[in-house]
Design a protein around this ligand. Structure first.
Ligand SMILES: Cc1ncc(COP(=O)(O)O)c(C=O)c1O
Length: 484
């Protein structure tokens, strides 16, 4: 562990940064342990202390060294690099095996595509226009976009879209289209929306009104209506969550549209649907509300590396062809149009997505969605049986529960935490056996944290509702037993 006083990461409030990882000396010796921060170091750092880092664990890179000119030393260096890479592979396998907190499907096999790693595939420019740069994969990209346009019911000659670098870029694009159509619009988004939505508002300098949420995490439509009516003269740019980040809640798209129309916003609103994870799950659940361009929505985006699974971050955004014309500019240098947020675009991602769609198809996705929902219910029930407060929205595979007390436990399972709660996102690679192992370990640790008495069990009623809270105040079963 070293202490680094530089301000490389910018967001640490200017305090001392505690940095974990290898030191230059480690590299020469290829310290395998340096790849994985030891837990005792982690614990020292996680408390934050006076570092101003609020428990963030900072990273130090493996140093880049000038290759030695002497052949013998160069051979030794190559062997060290190979050993370091091998240990890094080991680290990734271990981290993959203990991952539960983020919505990434880690189960995929793209070995037939490794042949493309030796190409610099770049889809810069508009996906539908051939660019002068020939090493692209537009044939795959356009086919993937066609698939998504069909899924969300937008005709082939009426849609436009592209494969983005991530869900964030999809949000940035969708909301930009909204801003370009309504330059004097106000953005509305529930406060449980992903941070990229608020980033878009800041980037585009659009006023953003935050809407309250229900305890489920869903947008509170009564609050939406009252805030909308405070600005009757300004068009509305609305971010609708098809699965919130923390609770997997689905905003009520139909109700939001009804409110907009009833409040006099007909033809003066733009809806972007942020479906990062659940945008690809909802179409395969019968009871789920339908996301479709047959409704007056402007754009939908998903992350490609979430439910689908992909070795590189990516995403998809689909909008109406008529809308995208407002932000396209001809670029002679590319022999194309500038319609995307980024310039160069990852040309490998479309091939991964195309391969997965061909391999799984609708039937495959439906099966995986069912498995995830089933396993998520299994986890929520197991936690409750063990006395752990937990909640699960009906159409979601995100199980929310009381935040584990121990930072080493959180780190081991890579749990995403916010305030008093944490969550596990049950993805296709998460088996019942893995969930059993997780629950058993949580229960064993928890009996030490709370001394087996249950007195200090935190109340999470305000986060997940009284009915889901098993603290001594809200757990009626517990209370009744004590009262007897
Ligand atoms: C609801 C929601 N929107 C957008 C994003 C951003 O996606 P990405 O990480 O692919 O940029 C996330 C990520 O978790 C999310 O949960």
């Amino acid at each position: 562990m070293v202490v680094n006083k530089s301000s490389a990461t910018g967001d640490v409030g200017g305090g001392e940064m505690v940095v974990l990882g290898s030191t230059p000396g480690d590299y020469h010796g290829v310290d395998v342990g340096a790849v994985v921060p030891p837990i005792d170091h982690l614990l020292q750092v996680a408390g934050g202390g006076d570092t101003g880092n609020k428990g963030r664990v900072l990273v130090e890179g493996f140093p880049v060294l000038e290759p030695p000119s002497d052949e013998e030393a160069a051979a030794e260096r190559r062997a060290q690099v190979a050993a370091l890479l091998a240990s890094f592979g080991h680290h990734l396998r271990e981290r993959t095996a203990h991952h539960l907190g983020y919505p990434y499907n880690l189960d995929f096999d793209f070995s037939p595509l490794t042949q493309f790693q030796s190409f610099s595939i770049n889809n810069l420019g508009d996906p539908f226009i051939e660019s002068n740069y020939g090493v692209h994969s537009r044939q795959f990209e356009v086919a993937v976009l066609d698939w998504f346009a069909r899924l969300w019911e937008l005709k082939q000659d009426e849609y436009w879209g592209y494969i983005t670098n991530c869900g964030t870029e999809g949000n940035l694009h969708g909301l930009l289209v909204g801003r370009e159509l309504f330059p004097d619009g106000i953005m509305y988004a529930s406060h449980e929306s992903h941070y990229s939505v608020f980033k878009a508002a800041r980037m585009y300098r659009v006023e953003c009104v935050k809407i309250d949420t229900l305890v489920s995490g869903e947008m509170d439509c009564a609050d939406f209506k009252s805030k909308l009516l405070m600005n009757p003269g300004c068009p509305a740019i609305v971010n609708v969550n098809i699965g919130t980040t923390v609770k997997g809640a689905i905003d009520d798209l139909d109700k939001i549209i009804r409110i907009l129309e009833k409040c006099g916003f007909r033809d003066r609103f733009y809806i972007h649907c942020d479906g990062a994870l659940a945008g690809l799950m909802m179409p395969f659940i019968k009871q789920a509300p339908k996301v479709t361009f047959e409704k007056p929505i402007g754009s939908v985006s998903i992350s490609g590396h979430k439910f689908m699974g992909c070795p590189v971050p990516c995403g998809v955004v689909i909008t109406r062809l008529a809308h995208v014309k407002v932000l396209s500019t001809d670029i002679e240098y590319l022999s194309s149009r500038d319609t995307t947020i980024m310039g160069s675009r990852n040309g490998h991602a479309p091939i991964f997505l195309w391969y997965t769609l061909n391999k799984k198809g609708y039937r495959g996705f439906r099966k995986e969605v069912r498995k995830c929902l089933r396993n998520a219910h299994y986890l929520a029930n197991r936690l409750r049986e063990e006395g752990v407060s937990a909640s699960l929205n009906m159409l979601s595979s995100t199980v929310v529960f009381e935040r584990p007390r121990d930072v080493a436990f959180v780190h081991k399972w890579q749990l995403a935490c916010e305030g008093s709660i944490a969550h596990v996102v049950v993805m296709p690679n998460v088996s019942v056996e893995k969930l059993d192992g997780f629950v058993e370990e949580l229960v064993a640790n928890r009996s030490c944290w709370y001394d087996g008495k249950g007195h200090d069990i935190p109340c999470v009623a305000k986060d997940i509702g009284q009915d889901n809270c098993l603290c001594s105040l809200h757990n009626t079963k517990h209370k009744n037993v004590e009262e007897l």
